[in-house]
Design a protein. Structure first.
Length: 85
């Protein structure tokens, strides 16, 4: 003897909850946002300092490679003392 289902055919009681969950997930998509503070903008302007420093380093490198670099020992000693005081 075969008994067929009577009443609600193919009704999943959890389907409605699953649909609500997917609707909630799709409606709450996060939005990416970037804000640059004024301090960060100032730090970007400091990059000009880095460019000047890089130019000085390259000039000293070329002097060292050519053998014409002659640092002043008194200035070096003074800077070392100032640094450690």
């Amino acid at each position: 003897m075969k008994i067929n289902q009577i009443g609600n055919h193919g009704v999943n009681p959890y389907q409605r909850n699953a649909e609500k969950a997917t609707q909630m997930e799709t409606s709450k998509k996060p939005v990416d946002k970037v804000e640059i503070s004024s301090h960060a903008k100032n730090l970007q302007e400091i990059s000009m300092f880095e460019k000047n420093r890089e130019a000085k380093v390259n000039a000293i490198k070329s002097q060292v490679e050519q053998g014409t670099y002659s640092p002043n020992p008194k200035d070096i000693a003074k800077k070392l003392l100032d640094f450690y005081r």
